[in-house]
Design a protein around this ligand. Structure first.
Ligand SMILES: [Zn+2]
Length: 389
């Protein structure tokens, strides 16, 4: 596998659909029979790609991924209902922007809750509607973009609304930060929260088990972690390369999904599952890495973990202007006594270097990118993944 080149989004743009369809399969016939369709991934314009979507394979991938967590496996073993809370434009090809009644947003066992591209624009009417719809739908699972569920959780906690408690919360779509977990755990006390990692291109790749590790979904994918070059930091960090299995309509070999994981060399998981790769965590997107003043990579998870003591944080954005200059904007909960501004400089200097020049400012209006995803960190200059791995 290591001898093969890495497949990139650029390759998909050039060769989808014919370049990735198995030899005996005819693309025209697949489209005509309805077995496959074209779909676009979410994300920013430069990230977006078209893929060949095979619903049956996706369902197999989802089902196999659910087996990697005891709570999910139990729910998936019988008919169940799922409420989805994410950007209204990235739930498959569906788009629910604007005002549409609940029955139009209910498709099979799924309820698509959100109708607003920017969740920071939700007003009380929106929040109440979602609370009431959850109450009447009684989902077994809430599948959510962590940023969106955290905003809903916070709004309900502030307004004193009680949220319907599902059997399980599944976080996907973007990196789950401590700022999200804090609000979600407060609004859903005792409910298991599972992180699920995958993409439109590759299906379900890793599921977090009940012990907290991420297990590879060996039924529908093979994963390589290509290590970081040592001059950029810990070589146990690497980019996630996925090869799809058992999907003749979209055969990917060593596809760079655009995310980083931490390898768990030689360790077993206490849950007992031993099949495939087991990693302690997904570290965030490659495009969201920053660098310390020595030029070593700081992943989004490393930044996020470092910020954990700043428990008043509701949102943040770290921008790196050059090798030494950083600026952080943050929103903090006015209700808590802890003044995050006091501890942020120390945290950031420990992470980026004592010679880092850091500006910190409170900002009450951190909004998502046009794709509907919130970006927590970025460098002012463009990054080429090949350079680092
Ligand atoms: Zn495990």
């Amino acid at each position: 596998m290591a001898a093969l080149p890495v497949l990139t989004k650029k390759d998909l743009r050039s060769y989808v659909p014919d370049g990735f369809i198995a030899e005996k399969y005819k693309c025209k016939e697949g489209f005509a029979s309805g077995e496959i369709e074209m779909e676009s991934t979410s994300g920013t314009a430069e990230e977006r790609v078209s893929v060949v979507w095979n619903q049956k394979w996706w369902d197999r991938s989802e089902l196999a991924a659910a087996k990697l967590n005891a709570v999910l496996n139990n729910i998936f073993s019988r008919p169940h209902r799922e409420a989805v809370l994410a950007t209204p434009a990235c739930s498959g090809n569906l788009c629910h922007v604007g005002e549409s009644p609940m029955r139009e947003r209910t498709i099979g066992n799924l309820l698509f809750l959100n109708q607003t591209p920017d969740p920071t624009a939700w007003d009380n009417k929106n929040i109440r509607r979602m609370v009431e719809e959850l109450e009447s739908f009684q989902p077994d699972i809430i599948e959510a973009d962590p940023a969106y569920l955290s905003i809903l959780s916070k709004a309900c906690l502030s307004a004193g609304y009680t949220l319907c408690q599902p059997k399980c919360i599944v976080l996907t779509y973007e990196f789950p930060s401590q700022i999200h977990y804090r609000q979600i755990h407060r609004a859903f006390p005792g409910i298991p929260v599972v992180s699920s990692y995958g993409s439109t291109e590759t299906g379900h790749v890793f599921t977090q088990c009940e012990a907290g590790s991420f297990h590879q979904n060996t039924a529908t994918c093979y994963v390589d972690i290509q290590p970081l070059k040592t001059k950029f930091g810990n070589p146990d960090l690497g980019r996630i390369l996925v090869s799809t299995l058992d999907n003749p309509w979209f055969v990917l070999l060593r596809y760079d999904v655009g995310d980083i994981a931490l390898l768990n060399t030689g360790k077993e998981c206490s849950c007992g599952r031993a099949d495939g790769l087991i990693v302690p965590g997904v570290e965030g997107r490659t495009r969201d890495i920053t660098f310390d003043t020595k030029g070593r990579i700081v992943t989004l998870k490393q930044l996020d973990d470092a910020l954990e003591p700043a428990t008043a944080l509701l949102n943040y954005h770290l921008a790196q202007a050059d090798a030494q200059h950083y600026s952080m904007s943050y929103e903090a909960d006015p209700a808590t006594q802890l003044n995050s501004a006091d501890i942020l400089p120390d945290i950031l200097h420990r992470l980026y270097g004592s010679d880092a020049i850091i500006e910190i400012a409170r900002d009450s209006a951190l909004v998502p990118e046009q794709s509907g995803k919130f970006r927590l960190a970025h460098t002012a200059w463009p990054l080429q993944a090949e350079e680092f791995f």
